[in-house]
Ligand binder design. Structure first.
Ligand code: CA
Length: 220
């Protein structure tokens, strides 16, 4: 899953991006509002973390423009402790949740999981197509009697497929979900991850559609 982090504070930005990567997200980090708006026009994210006090363009303005364009990506607004007005405005402008600085990274991760889940129309922390079930909190996949702990990237790949069962995802779409900007992608990285997942969960879990990409079956 790919997250856009919009934060001008170097220390907070670094801490959050390390925590997100550890939790199996691909992270792109921008440090001002203009850059944020421009990136949001061209890339697709599963969630956005938006600091409000930003150089060049205020966070609220970034959010207003985003929603005006009809982009419904889930957004968590990050505000200062005394920013009650900003929090209310943020929610009015279409933020899905907010966090007050300073915050615990574990709380950020829990809120992030919750909004991504709600956005995907899944209320439970388990994502399943009936054949394979993914626990988003523990990163474990259940298939038949097997319970396997997935690597960060295996998790991101299976998660992308399970969010849209019955839909073929092409290599480029999967790579986009798994890797951030600064990460180099080996040409066979997706094949390698699929191979690993099939070894853990059985060959039938992920289908290869020759020349098009990969999919998991729709729930019966
Ligand atoms: Ca700031």
């Amino acid at each position: 899953m790919r997250i856009l982090l919009i934060e001008d504070d170097q220390m907070i930005g670094e801490a959050v991006s390390i925590a997100l990567k550890d939790a199996a997200y691909a992270v792109d980090w921008v440090k001002d509002g203009m850059a944020a708006s421009s990136v949001l026009e061209h890339s697709e994210y599963q969630a956005v973390l938006l600091d409000l006090g930003l150089p060049k363009r205020d966070g609220l303005e970034v959010l207003r423009r985003l929603r005006q364009k009809g982009n419904l990506v889930p957004v968590i607004v990050i505000t200062a402790r005394d920013g009650v007005d900003d929090r209310i405005k943020g929610l009015d402008f279409g933020a899905d949740d907010y966090l007050v600085k300073p915050f615990e990274v574990s709380e950020l991760l829990a809120r992030l999981r919750a909004i991504i889940r709600r956005h995907g129309g899944q209320a439970a922390p388990l994502l399943s197509n009936g054949k394979v079930t993914l626990d988003q909190a523990t990163r474990e996949a259940h298939c038949g009697d097997a319970v396997e702990l997935l690597s960060a990237r295996e998790f991101a790949l299976l998660h992308a497929l399970l969010l849209r069962p019955g839909t073929i995802l092409a290599r480029a779409e999967l790579e986009e979900r798994i890797y951030g900007w600064n990460e180099e992608v080996e040409s066979n990285a997706v094949d390698f991850l699929i191979h690993g997942l099939r070894k853990k969960l059985g060959a039938g879990v992920i289908k290869n559609v020759r020349g098009a990409g990969w999919m998991v079956e729709k729930p019966i």
